[in-house]
Design a protein around this ligand. Structure first.
Ligand SMILES: O=c1ccn([C@@H]2O[C@H](COP(=O)(O)OP(=O)(O)O[C@H]3O[C@H](CO)[C@@H](O)[C@H](O)[C@H]3O)[C@@H](O)[C@H]2O)c(=O)[nH]1
Ligand SMILES: [Mn+2]
Length: 723
């Protein structure tokens, strides 16, 4: 019987588990020996050595921090799983629950209206029973351009949706559909009827496009000069037909489309995206109040109309659904090229870490591309006898909203309700600019679980940060948001273990302290080099048996990374790229993000959310496609990278001279090698400084400034060492 067949299955890969656990075990022993080596040196130090203690301590601390992050990161490798779904086994259409889609946009300049509308259209065209899909667009910019775009999109949808449905089009984002070569398995493909229909639809799409670009070029619509992105009243509008367009018969089956611009006043904190999510949650609860919500960033269009049904394979499984809060799909990007120098695809997160989490208590909420159960966002206490005033304090004064909270979707496996009643707010949480990460963490602390669904066809596609500048700005926001959680009373390593599986809380801990990579990487890029130039050894002699330990740790980590990359579809090139970008990120935005997060925590800085840029920059794109770094980034990011490279060039050359003339190989080999390795991996920076002549090179003035910083560091450092 159909009903008894599972809707999904979960696969465990015994080979990966075996490799991972053995590696963790052996590598841990090596790290323990390293720590023993450092600690015993320190305890014997005063009697035996001429080596100053400070650089040793710094390198030791760096090694400890790195080992710690590595250790908690092993939780991802404990039990990675993958999943397969069987949407064809779902119940009949009339038994499927309704879904509200939330789409967020904030700035029509950074987020081109046409792109946003393509996302809206792709969501409206999801393959889901008619009348059970409602689309809400939150416009934090309060821009008439977006509202106008939405009206046009609605009109175009009346042609687009029937076309997609009739021919079962797979790519339902019109821009992607019309710019790609045809999917020849679309139904009716090649028939003359299809060809004429397609042509007609494309013409309408061109008209729609024109109406949007024209408005953009003309600038503001109407006389709204007093309305700004930061200061505007609320607008809620259900998009409806106000034209006399002759329509096709099935056009009434267009999902409800609602425009929402929440009120914003400069005096009032609006909490960025988290605030927008919560407003949509409230607005939708009095309009359609669907039990499930799909959240999408404005650039993340639906690349496969079946995602809703795939998600329902989990949500409708009675075995897991009582505790299941959300089904997360990976963020994938349409602008990634094969040689992804920036690791814009975030490979390790979406092909490794999330699978690891999925084998524990579920993946991290990732901001976009997830189907969440509405009730999980409503706090866990709504079904207890809470009095009305208390509810209104949390949810606002709407009686309709309060009524809507008493839905029939009862979660029954939530722990620690009383305690959380005191500590949590409702909906998305405001305490971090990584609101998705933080909200997901707290949900899981309440006992909710999640599932990671990563089918081979990308369900959602967005614009990845494929240039250095965007990468830095976005990375700094993420680092700052993660550190904010790490340094709060919700620190996953302390708040997590009593409330969720220990391994799961290790993963959350790893993520929230991830930006701390800045510390070991800064140390490894400066201290051994400074000491090398001053003739101070920091590592065991090549002839010593401890040398083998260091060598093993180095090779074992690199080999493990290579194995993971090859197992998840990457290449040798990705292995080099990922190491490089890790070094670059660590010495720049992980450092700044950490400082930013700490400053916010202690209250000397206000939270901010600079949205990432979704406008294609042709020049940058060309560089990225050629595998060349675009170094047109602010000095604050570029100078540290260049200064460290210059420092390493100096120490490598100085070190070589030293070992050649003084025959100090045995003592200094490791330090010479560290500089060498850093230079090899970061060759593109050297190339940018010395060889390249294009616009994206490192400008000579930057090289000069960086050289100055390196010199100052060497002088001051050497002075301190000799004191
Ligand atoms: O005040 C704001 C700021 C942003 N957004 C929207 O939030 C989304 C994400 O912003 P984006 O600039 O694209 O940030 P990313 O760094 O690309 O996004 C990742 O990181 C964010 C947290 O930092 C998450 O909210 C996102 O879901 C996640 O994809 C976009 O649709 C924005 O329009 C708002 O609605 N209001
Ligand atoms: Mn984004």
């Amino acid at each position: 019987m159909e009903g008894s067949l599972p809707l999904h299955i979960c696969h465990v890969n015994p080979l990966s588990i075996f490799i991972n656990r053995s590696h963790t075990f052996i590598h841990s022993i090596a790290l323990a020996l390293l720590i023993y080596y450092r600690a015993s040196f320190l305890s014997q130090h005063p009697k035996t050595s001429a080596t100053p203690i400070l650089p040793w301590l710094l390198v030791f601390v760096a090694e400890l921090v790195l080992s710690f992050i590595w250790l908690i990161g092993q939780a991802y490798r404990w039990r990675p799983v993958s999943r397969t779904v069987f949407p064809e086994r779902l119940p009949e259409d009339d038994k499927l629950p309704a879904i509200d889609v939330f789409i967020f946009t904030v700035d029509p300049n950074k987020e081109p209206t046409l792109k946003v509308m393509n996302t809206v259209l792709s969501a409206m065209a999801l393959d889901y029973p008619q009348g059970k899909l409602h689309v809400y667009v939150s416009d934090d910019g309060g821009s008439p351009v977006t509202l106008h775009g939405l009206k046009e999109a609605w009109r175009f949808a009346k042609w687009w949706l029937p076309f997609c449905r009739r021919y079962r089009i797979k790519t339902r984002c019109p821009e992607a559909y019309f710019s790609a070569s045809n999917d020849d398995d679309d139904e009716g493909f090649g028939s003359s009827e299809f060809i004429t229909e397609r042509k007609k639809t494309q013409e309408r799409y061109e008209m729609f496009k024109k109406s949007i670009t024209e408005v953009k070029e003309r600038g503001r619509l109407g006389d709204n000069s007093r309305i700004t992105a930061q200061d505007h009243p609320s607008v809620i509008e259900v998009i409806q037909d106000d034209s006399d367009d002759k329509v096709q018969e099935d056009q009434e089956n267009i999902p409800l489309l609602v425009y929402v611009a929440r009120e914003k006043r400069p005096s009032h904190p609006h909490h960025f995206k988290a605030g927008a999510v919560n407003v949509l949650q409230r607005v939708s609860s009095v309009i359609s109040n669907s039990p499930y919500i799909l959240a999408l960033d404005c650039d993340m269009y639906c690349n496969d109309p079946t995602s809703a049904r795939q998600a329902m394979c989990f949500h409708l499984d009675p075995k897991i659904s009582p505790t299941l809060a959300f089904v997360q799909f990976p963020q994938r990007f349409h602008n990634i090229c094969k040689n992804d120098i920036y690791d814009a695809q975030l490979r390790s997160a979406y092909s490794l870490m999330w699978c690891g989490l999925d084998g524990l208590q579920g993946p991290v909420l990732s901001g976009t591309g997830f189907y969440i159960k509405r009730v999980s966002l409503c706090g866990s206490f709504i079904h207890e006898d809470v009095d009305l005033t208390e509810l209104k304090q949390s949810f606002g004064s709407s009686n309709e909203l309060i009524k809507s909270l008493h839905g029939n979707y009862e979660p029954n496996a939530i722990n620690g309700q009383q305690e959380l009643l005191k500590e949590t707010q409702v909906g998305f949480l405001y305490d971090s600019v990584a609101e998705d990460f933080f909200t997901g963490f707290i949900l899981q602390c309440k006992g909710w679980t999640s599932v990671y669904c990563n089918p081979s066809r990308a369900q959602f596609l967005g614009s990845g940060s494929a240039n250095l500048n965007d990468l830095m700005i976005q990375g700094m926001r993420w680092s700052s948001g993660l550190i904010e959680v790490g340094f709060s009373k919700f620190c996953p390593l302390i708040y997590g273990p009593p409330r969720m599986s220990f391994l799961e809380s290790m993963c959350y801990g790893e993520l929230s302290f991830f930006p701390f990579y800045f510390l070991p990487l800064w140390c490894f890029a400066t201290i051994p080099q400074l000491c090398l130039l001053n003739g101070i050894p920091l590592y065991p002699k090549v002839s010593s048996s401890y040398f083998v330990i260091f060598l093993f740790i180095f090779l074992s980590s690199l080999a493990k990374l290579l194995q993971e990359i090859l197992f998840t579809g990457g290449s040798f090139l990705s292995w080099v790229n990922e190491q490089r970008i890790w070094m670059m990120k660590s010495v720049t935005f992980h450092l700044y993000g950490t400082l930013d997060g700490i400053m916010k925590r202690i209250g000397i800085k206000e939270a901010s959310f600079v949205p990432s840029n979704k406008v294609d920059d042709d020049e940058q794109l060309k560089l990225y496609e050629m595998g060349k770094f675009g170094f047109q980034i602010p000095n604050i990011f570029l100078v540290p990278m260049v200064a460290l490279i210059i420092l390493n060039m100096a120490s490598f050359v100085g070190g070589l001279v030293r070992v050649v003339f003084l025959g100090d190989w045995d003592n200094m080999f490791v330090q010479v090698f560290i500089s060498f390795y850093i230079l090899v991996i970061n060759f593109p920076i050297i190339e940018g400084m010395i060889i390249r002549k294009d616009k994206g090179r490192v400008q000579p003035s930057v090289t000069l400034l960086s050289a100055m910083f390196s010199t100052i560091f060497l002088l001051v450092g050497s002075f301190i060492l000799h004191c």
